[in-house]
Design a protein around this ligand. Structure first.
Ligand code: SAM
Length: 482
């Protein structure tokens, strides 16, 4: 039997089934242990030091106790601390992005995904470079600066060379004042050599959802195709890091397996990356299974309620305070509003999950990967965020200034976000409003920006930011950044 070892490079040792089961047992035994719960909550709170705030984070065992706890006052406290961590380390900024589906050809058999090989109803489509260009221009015209490439796994139709070509095309398009400044990539697990090529192509974060950490379920849910190999999939982030990618994004497809098992596995995965590579995941996504062509989410009996989903999000926030958290348009406006208070730092807006969806007038469904619940335009999402006290940020400066991996983490840990990310968010929001915002959104935005500028503690930074914002409003000059 495999023994738990977070430093091991073997999936069965760092995501160790025995350790997860022992963790769940420990959590059950302690879910009403007020003394222990208070200790864990206290450990999770941000603490002030001479150089700023620090947060200890939680181990997978500690975080699992909180997730198991149903005492209403304690759950409220978890939510309060999650919000406190979010505001302390990330401020009220919310980073904006959109997915770009380039191909739905897939050789895998994932039973929850409509792109599975046996689905003969769904039309298969792969964008040509001309089509990629048209999609990117449509996304730029909405105001997006950050994309996540999405593709099925198919070595013949979507080889790594195709993905690299798409990345090249995306970065090369300069349209009006627009440019995509960060391309994240969500493609199947691959080799160190291919990760190196992605790194050289200048990708931002490499995102790969584990789907489920439960090996037995994983094998059943992925019955055929290369994705069937649990170990290869689970060890992908180590290969990505070996290939030089320092920002990786984890995620679980909630609803496939028992959520407490998934949660413990997810936190163990983050601990493993920190233990081996000295830097944890850049982001964690929290997708939930959705209806899609040929897929009925009720066929998965582990679907989770909105309340449990909120608690999972908050507990992740407490466990890994320096990791960004992403929520997509799989969720409704109502759920997104709630989760934004509990630690989410990145949202998608105006998304289409179809191949070629951004250039089609009508919202197309035929190649859609899943039902999009939040169907608002990017402008509506931006306005809604501001009305709820958040600052939508189109900033991509960290990545372009080389502040990735542990360099970003140190910015976060020393509390410098308010002097760096905050002004960058305000400047890129101004760019968005001037170039793409509707009149109503602009009005709300400019008032908010004036107020938010006053929060910048460093006077010099504040003056420069004010000047840059005035320049953006008065001229065509763009891309100021700290
Ligand atoms: N093909 C790539 C892979 O194998 O990792 C990833 C790209 S796929 C377009 C992105 C993610 O969508 C998957 O990792 C999965 O978690 C999610 N997904 C698939 N089917 C879904 C569904 N019915 N509802 C919600 N999310 C789904």
């Amino acid at each position: 039997m495999a023994i738990y070892n977070p430093k091991s490079l073997k999936a069965e040792e760092f995501i160790n089934d025995g350790e997860i089961r022992a963790t769940l047992e420990y959590a059950d035994q302690n879910k009403n242990n007020i003394e222990l719960i208070d200790q864990i909550l206290d450990k999770a709170r941000p603490k002030k030091t001479e150089t700023g705030y620090v947060c200890a984070g939680l181990t997978h065992r500690e975080a699992s106790v909180l997730l198991a706890c149903d005492i209403p006052e304690k759950v409220e406290e978890i939510y309060k601390i999650a919000e406190e961590i979010k505001l302390t380390f990330y401020g009220n900024r919310i980073v904006m992005f959109a997915p770009l589906y380039v191909s739905n050809y897939c050789v895998n058999g994932c039973v929850y995904c409509p792109y599975h090989l046996k689905n003969k109803r769904i039309p298969r489509r792969k964008l040509t470079q001309e089509e990629v260009k048209a999609e990117v221009i449509a996304l730029q015209d909405m105001g997006h600066k950050r994309l996540a490439i999405e593709a099925g796994e198919d070595p013949k139709n979507n080889p790594i060379e195709y993905i690299l070509e798409c990345i090249d095309t995306i970065y090369s398009i300069k349209h009006k004042n627009g440019a995509i400044r960060r391309v994240n990539v969500n493609i199947a697990a691959t080799t160190v050599e291919n990760y190196r090529k992605l790194k050289e192509a200048g990708i931002g974060t490499y995102i790969l959802f584990q789907e489920t950490y439960h090996k037995e379920s994983y094998l059943q849910l992925h019955p055929t195709g290369p994705k069937h190999d649990y170990d290869y999939h689970t060890e992908a982030m180590d290969r990505a890091m070996e290939g030089g990618i320092d920002d990786v994004g984890l995620g679980v497809l909630f609803g496939l397996e028992l959520y407490r098992y998934e949660f413990a596995g997810l936190i163990m995965h983050a601990e493993h990356l920190e233990a081996v590579h000295g830097v944890g995941p850049h982001t964690i996504s929290v997708p939930r299974i959705k209806r899609a062509d040929d897929i009925d989410p009720t066929a998965f009996d582990n679907s989770i309620s909105d309340e449990v989903f909120a608690k999972i999000t908050a507990c992740i926030r407490l466990a890994v305070p320096y990791t960004g958290m992403i929520i997509s348009t799989r969720e409704t406006e109502e759920v997104r509003t709630k989760l934004l208070r509990l630690g989410i730092s990145q949202v998608s807006g105006g998304s289409r999950t179809t191949v070629g969806g951004y250039t089609e007038e009508e919202r197309p469904h035929d190649t859609e990967q899943f039902d999009v619940s939040d169907q608002r335009t990017l402008d509506e999402v931006v306005r809604w965020l501001m009305e709820n006290g958040h600052i939508p940020s189109f900033c991509t400066a960290c990545y372009r200034e080389g502040r990735t991996g542990d360099r970003f983490m140190s910015l976060c840990k020393t509390g410098q976000i308010i002097n760096c990310c905050h002004p960058n968010a305000l400047m890129t929001l101004t760019e968005y409003l001037v170039d793409y915002g509707s009149e109503q959104t602009r009005k709300i935005g400019f008032e908010l920006i004036d107020k938010e500028l006053e929060k910048i503690p460093n006077q010099k930074v504040k003056e420069i930011a004010k000047q840059n914002i005035a320049d953006i409003k008065n001229s065509n000059r763009r891309d100021f950044r700290f």
